[in-house]
Design a binder for this molecule. Structure first.
Ligand code: ARG
Length: 581
């Protein structure tokens, strides 16, 4: 448990002894630091519950708390807010506890098994800018959830079936009609794919353009798509090969973004669970025919928005996106029985997931207590407030954006200190860090503008600034060249030292909030706050030149805590720290 939470708990016990029905005491960082470090607002609530004057309650609480020597400068403001500060001794002890173990700055969540679905790349299609945020946010939330003690299983849920499969197979047939997979009597033979990853990136757009212009082509594509869905032997075998090739390509991009999954499954991996999914819906009498398809009603009396029925099977008996999401839920339930399933996808799929969750519950595909949650993600826009486009107006691919970002970063940073053979890798690391930080800083579900001119700046709220400062902390520790693990904090000089410790002690609440909101915004802001607080102190003091050895050691130890904290949080955001910068 975090040091602050422990203190809150102890104080709560004391207040309860006074007979007040109090669940917890919360230290709220003060908006008036001149009056105290924290505010305790719980007397206000008690006043309401007990129909008493909150100020009188606050006075009684204050009297009780005054006996605690860790607390200082207690006073009451307004109708019953208690201002408190913590003693220097408390801050010193707290700093040493953090030095010992950063676990002392983390509040665990009640243990649960959580399944996270994020990423959502589509096979044989180029990853575009819209896939960046679901990857960055999902990955960071996964890491945060693990950090807070949960068991997590992650799945990318590739889009590996649908129109694009028909397009690609159509184009392959045009280009390589003699491929074994196209033989009338195909009987399971294997053949090398005659295309590379690079070819594949161009095949889907080419076919798609052809089909758009020519209805006949579109008809053939439709036919092939249905055949693949019906598992036509040759087409399916070829599509599987293409899937493998495309997965490799996509994995490489995810790897660059430090994003990885426990399961690299796709929509079609649910096929073995389809019959039972449909059976369960039938058993609950939910399926009925509408306009040739089989659908399920999901409307509830309390709905204030339109809630159309959800199509489960097409007229030809074929499955759709949602059928596969439902069967995937059954598969996840049977294999892992998670307590909660979380989806991170762009905001536009909100209604869709509402429908799917209702069908899953009504059809008893997942048990009643299993929580299904959708977390919508806002769009990253260009400076004109519109989605990123290439120069010729097309959708910008993620790889293109990453290249652009690398160029910008390289133009702004100075890599003189870095060995020649590491320059390229370092530049890439910094670029990815800057991009990811800019992506995680806005609230999860808000659209925002990504300013390609500013995001890599050395100053300001950027990944570059954070990395540069963190690397500098490390180099200070290395320069001192003695065993930091033996250090203790025994002395502090002034307010700016204490300000760092105060800021450090805010971390548990920041993590808890981020976890509750499923947004990395507070962590990103906090990293900046902690780093700039430290940098101010760094500028004011020549740490390594300090002649007071005791103070110097304490300062180096303090640097180590901030460095370790930055490392922990950057890692949680999926950001790597370069060796040198
Ligand atoms: N492939 C989908 C897309 O590109 C996202 C998948 C989201 N996850 C899910 N289980 N449906 O929009």
């Amino acid at each position: 448990m975090s040091i602050i939470k422990e203190l809150e708990k102890e104080l709560c016990k004391k207040v309860k002894k006074l007979g007040y029905p109090l669940e917890e005491i919360k230290f709220v960082p003060s908006s008036r630091p001149d009056l105290g470090d924290y505010q305790i607002n719980d007397a206000m609530n008690l006043g309401k519950i007990l129909h008493c004057n909150p100020r009188e309650i606050a006075e009684k609480i204050m009297k009780e708390l005054e006996t605690d020597d860790r607390l200082e400068r207690l006073n009451i403001a307004g109708p019953g807010f208690i201002n408190i500060s913590l003693s220097s001794k408390f801050y010193l002890d707290a700093a040493n506890k953090l030095l010992e173990n950063l676990e002392n700055n983390i509040d665990r969540q009640p243990q649960k098994k959580i399944f996270i679905d994020y990423g959502g790349a589509n096979i044989a299609k180029t990853l575009h800018v819209g896939h960046l945020r679901p990857a960055d946010i999902g990955e960071a939330i996964k890491r945060l959830t693990k950090l807070l003690g949960q068991e997590v299983i992650s799945d990318v849920h590739f889009g590996d079936i649908g129109r694009q499969s028909g397009m690609v197979i159509y184009e392959m047939k045009e280009r390589f009609p003699d491929l074994v997979y196209f033989k009338e009597d195909y009987n399971g033979e294997e053949a090398e794919l005659p295309i590379t990853k690079e070819d594949l990136q161009e095949i889907y757009p080419t076919a798609s353009a052809k089909a758009k212009e020519n209805d006949e082509v579109m008809e053939i594509v439709r036919d092939i798509t249905i055949k693949i869905e019906e598992e036509h032997p040759g087409y399916t075998a070829l599509w599987n090969k293409i899937k493998e090739l495309s997965k490799e390509d996509i994995k490489e991009i995810y790897e660059k973004l430090n994003t990885t999954f426990d399961l690299w499954e796709g929509e079609t991996d649910c096929y073995p669970y389809l019959p039972e999914t449909i059976d369960r819906l039938k058993k609950q009498n939910l399926l009925y025919e509408s306009e040739g398809a089989l659908v399920v009603d999901v409307k509830e009396d309390t709905d204030t928005e339109p809630m159309p029925p959800l199509v489960i099977l097409k007229g030809n008996g074929g499955t759709v996106y949602q059928t596969r999401d439902l069967a995937t839920l059954l598969s996840r339930e049977k294999r892992f029985a998670p307590d909660e399933v979380w989806y991170f996808t762009d905001n536009r799929q909100e209604l869709y997931f509402k429908q799917v969750f209702r069908v899953a519950k009504k059809g008893k595909i997942v048990p009643e207590p299993t929580e299904l949650k959708f977390f919508g993600i806002g769009t990253m826009n260009d400076r004109d407030g519109k989605p990123f486009k290439t120069r010729d107006g097309g959708v910008m691919s993620l790889v293109n954006l990453m290249e652009l970002v690398k160029e910008q970063t390289l133009s702004k940073i100075n890599t003189n200190l870095v060995e020649d053979d590491k320059k390229h890798q370092t530049a890439e690391q910094i670029a990815i860090a800057a991009l990811k930080y800019a992506d995680l800083l806005p609230c999860r579900n808000k659209d925002f503008i990504f300013d390609i001119n500013k995001f890599a700046d050395m100053d300001g709220k950027t990944g570059t600034y954070l990395l540069y400062s963190t690397v500098r902390m490390k180099s200070l520790i290395t320069k001192w060249n003695q065993d930091v693990n033996k250090l203790k904090i025994t002395k502090l000089k002034d307010i700016s030292d204490q300000e760092i410790i105060k800021t450090l002690l805010r971390m548990p609440v920041i993590l808890t909030n981020a976890y509750q909101e499923k947004s990395l915004n507070e962590i990103a802001e906090y990293l900046y706050k902690l780093t700039s607080t430290y940098n101010k102190f760094y500028a004011e003091n020549h740490i390594l030149k300090c002649e007071d050895e005791e103070l110097k050691h304490s300062w180096i130890a303090l640097t180590k805590i901030v460095y370790d904290t930055n490392k922990l949080l950057l890692n949680t955001l999926g950001i790597e720290i370069p060796e040198k910068m």
